[in-house]
Design a protein around this ligand. Structure first.
Ligand SMILES: Cc1cc2nc3c(=O)[nH]c(=O)nc-3n(C[C@H](O)[C@H](O)[C@H](O)COP(=O)(O)OP(=O)(O)OC[C@H]3O[C@@H](n4cnc5c(N)ncnc54)[C@H](O)[C@@H]3O)c2cc1C
Length: 462
């Protein structure tokens, strides 16, 4: 990302992207043509032309001296981590699913177990090149002429432009992560432990570099505390017959300890898509034995879900049982820490989904990011739940459970990610997701509407 020359030399990938943009007649919509996705909302059938991103999937430079990397916008974290780990480095936040791309995580708000100390992926971006609706690539930083785009890009989901290259910060990591799974019988006690870890970066005298958690039920919940380490010794492998999330559960009062290579720790949730692979039988030992190892990854399960949606297999099965299609409840929400235990109790009472994933986060920056206005200085807990619930009965509205969750999240001062189904009215949406700031950005960077509006993408499935 050399910004010194007057006319920067474009990479082959950028040239291909620009040419494919120019080939679309003015006034027509454009979209990304990517090989992978982690988006969950269905998209209406589209005739929109896809832009060529094939040359924008690599790692350009990893600089161990400045602890930075220059990365193409469609580079997956799997490829990025493969380039940084041999140097003992990792991005500050590595989302759990291998095929999430750096551009996708920055525009769609990734999160991970370092987020309690490193914030969200966009907060370790130093600068980024963005293809705007005008068909040009601009460089946005926190304090240049495109600082408004830099701050408004997170949570814009490609509706203001596409990141083609990002310079991001890295941090040093060990070869392994020592983990402790600490059991709680009470959700208030678990939240108190999160507050302590966030404040002190330690728990019972041991340093904490990573923290996330799983709620199996009201009286069985865990925090998993990880610490960078160069310890040698046997490490666990959850890409084989063992399933990671099952390794967390235990009865005794002492934490269960484990050692994973940093590589395996980073991808611990990908192998079984957290726990969602059980829907395909992949956790049944009789099936797992025959399920090829290379197909035990989130991108394969994602394709299976997409295929099911296309052919309507699950819906037809429900219909044969006399039931309406089940309602998909696949969401991540950010709840203020002080409200988290109450929210979880409400959720466990109202929504028949378990386990539930927890991940504390705190913005790194002192300023808000306008399209996802979490409060600086406040600790939130990302609460993730990904399953289905019975569909609406006669006279009930579509999406009843998702709507109830939206209302509850709003009542407790939380925020909801937009990668999945949303039901907000336009006015509520604008109030929650920085509508005024967004309108100005949209008029500046996509005046001809070459990309869909954020509301149309998030709520109307554009
Ligand atoms: C079941 C499930 C679980 C999830 N769990 C996690 C999790 O644990 N941790 C986590 O961090 N995230 C999680 N996510 C959310 C995920 O990080 C976001 O959906 C992210 O946007 C996906 O990035 P992607 O690269 O796969 O993009 P895609 O899924 O391909 O696209 C997502 C959106 O981003 C836009 N986009 C993609 N690339 C760019 C770019 N370069 N520039 C601008 N816009 C772009 C697309 O237009 C699209 O609107 C989860 C999502 C699902 C469905």
């Amino acid at each position: 990302m050399d910004r010194t020359g007057p006319a920067r030399v474009r990479t082959v990938g950028e040239r291909r992207l620009l040419e494919s943009f120019a080939a679309v007649p003015p006034g027509e919509r454009v979209r990304l043509a990517k090989r992978t996705s982690n988006l969950f909302r269905a998209r209406e059938g589209t005739s929109t032309r896809g832009l060529d991103t094939s040359g924008l999937t690599g790692v350009r430079v990893v600089d161990a001296g400045t602890l930075t990397a220059d990365v193409d916008g469609m580079c997956t974290y799997e490829d990025l981590v493969a380039a940084t780990l041999p140097l003992g480095l990792a991005p500050l936040v590595v989302p759990q699913l291998r095929t999430i791309t750096v551009g996708g995580a920055v525009t769609g708000l990734g999160i991970e177990s370092t987020s309690f100390r490193n914030g969200l992926p966009h907060e370790s971006v130093l600068e980024m090149d963005v293809l705007t609706g005008a068909g040009e690539i601009v460089t946005a930083t926190a304090d240049n002429e495109h600082a408004d785009l830099f701050r408004g890009f997170p949570n814009s989901y490609g509706s203001l432009g596409y990141a083609t290259c990002l310079r991001i910060e890295l941090e040093r990591v060990g070869t392994c992560v020592e983990v402790r799974h600490v059991r709680f019988h009470d959700l208030d006690a678990l939240c108190a432990a999160i507050a302590e870890v966030v404040a002190t970066r330690s728990h019972e005298g041991e340093e904490v570099d990573h923290v996330d958690g799983v709620v199996f039920s009201r009286d069985e919940a865990y925090l998993t505390l990880g610490r960078h380490s160069d310890r040698t010794g046997p490490t666990s492998d959850y890409t084989g017959q063992q399933v990671y999330y099952r390794s967390i559960q235990h009865d005794g009062p002492s934490p269960r300890r484990d050692l994973l290579t940093t590589h395996d720790y980073l991808w611990r949730w990908d192998t079984d898509w957290f726990w969602c692979s059980r829907a395909f039988g992949a956790q049944d030992p009789r099936v797992r034995r025959w399920w090829p190892r290379r197909w035990r990854r989130s991108s394969v399960y994602w394709r299976l879900v997409a295929a099911d949606r296309r052919v309507g297999f699950s819906d037809r099965l429900e219909a044969r049982r006399g039931n309406p299609p089940r309602e998909r409840v696949v969401q991540d929400v950010e709840i203020p820490l002080g409200q988290t235990a109450a929210f979880l109790h409400w959720f466990l009472d109202e929504v028949p989904i378990e386990p539930i994933w927890l991940c504390p986060l705190r913005l790194r920056d002192h300023q808000r990011w306008p399209l996802y206005p979490l409060e600086p200085g406040r600790t939130y807990v990302n609460v993730g739940f990904w399953s289905t619930v019975p569909g609406p009965g006669p006279g009930e509205e579509l999406g009843a459970t998702n709507r109830a969750i939206e209302r509850r999240v709003d009542e407790v001062g939380g925020h909801k990610s937009l990668y999945s189904d949303s039901y907000y009215s336009r006015s509520d949406f604008d109030a929650l997701y920085g509508g005024d700031a967004y309108a100005v950005l949209k008029a500046t960077y996509d005046p001809d509407g070459r990309f869909p509006h954020l509301y149309d993408k998030a709520v109307r499935h554009a």
